[in-house]
Design a protein around this ligand. Sequence first.
Ligand SMILES: NC(=O)c1ccc[n+]([C@@H]2O[C@H](COP(=O)([O-])OP(=O)(O)OC[C@H]3O[C@@H](n4cnc5c(N)ncnc54)[C@H](O)[C@@H]3O)[C@@H](O)[C@H]2O)c1
Length: 276
Amino acid sequence: MSSVLSPVPSPIPSSVLVTGAAGRIGSLLRSGLPPLGWRLRCLDLVGPVEPDGLPWTIADIADVAAAEALQEAMTGVETVVHLAGIPTEAAFADLLPANIDGTYQVFEAARRAGVARVVYASSNHAVGFHATGSLLTTEVRTRPDSLYGVTKVFGEALGSFYADRYGMDVAAVRIGSCFDRPPGERGLATWLSPGDTVRLIDALLHAPSFGFQVLYGISANTRAWWDLAPALALGYRPQDDAEVFAQEILAEHEPLPDGDPDLRFVGGRMTVNGRT
Ligand SMILES: NC(=O)c1ccc[n+]([C@@H]2O[C@H](COP(=O)([O-])OP(=O)(O)OC[C@H]3O[C@@H](n4cnc5c(N)ncnc54)[C@H](O)[C@@H]3O)[C@@H](O)[C@H]2O)c1
């Protein structure tokens, strides 16, 4: 099913299409990027809870019949920020259309529409089975901790292919935990604050051509497990640190026992039960 909620004005090109615009991160970008000068178009399975005047396409990225609507929504767009999909562990039958078929359709529509850059929402769960204890670079092999993480590795590989074959810029952002405040003790390492989310995407929209890049997307956390160097090299300047919540978060929770997956693996509990 695909329909256009409000027509996209074709003569004036918008700069950025956000897929998954109705979701948590999409909503942050809808309020945060326009004041920085970006013209946004939005795409999602559903419309916005509160209409905000942005051009909006309702489409299922996994629906082959929506390919034209996808391409149309990308006409005149310089960058696609691809967030749409299932953001956690799920049955493979559900992940397959949303995260694999849908991601292929988004890259393919971007290529056909002549989009220069795709910012792809990958996840820390693409490397979740790496042990904590040392700063992980983007050079380490992928070690997905879940079927969800496997779909993110697929998206990264697809981005690498589109960059090499078609000359697109593709940034695969291994997002940590994007919440208003760090979710529990693990979040003290993995948090990406709302403000830093907007700052990171803004930097990736501004950066000079970079080919294919994998980077971690977290705030400047004192307890970080992931190397921010690739993101900093692309102009990201985080302003938040989960440490300011440390005392209150540690007081709220029982200390985790030694060997707890949240302390052992960077993917935390996703390594054992598919839940963050
Ligand atoms: N929030 C985090 O901490 C986090 C961490 C790592 C990675 N990510 C990734 O970032 C992206 C956005 O995450 P979020 O937290 O905003 O998730 P979310 O669930 O709040 O938003 C996802 C949006 O995608 C839309 N969507 C789902 N399937 C779709 C389809 N087939 N066609 C069109 N739209 C579809 C949903 O309607 C929803 O609005 C996801 O790809 C997620 O895997 C998020």
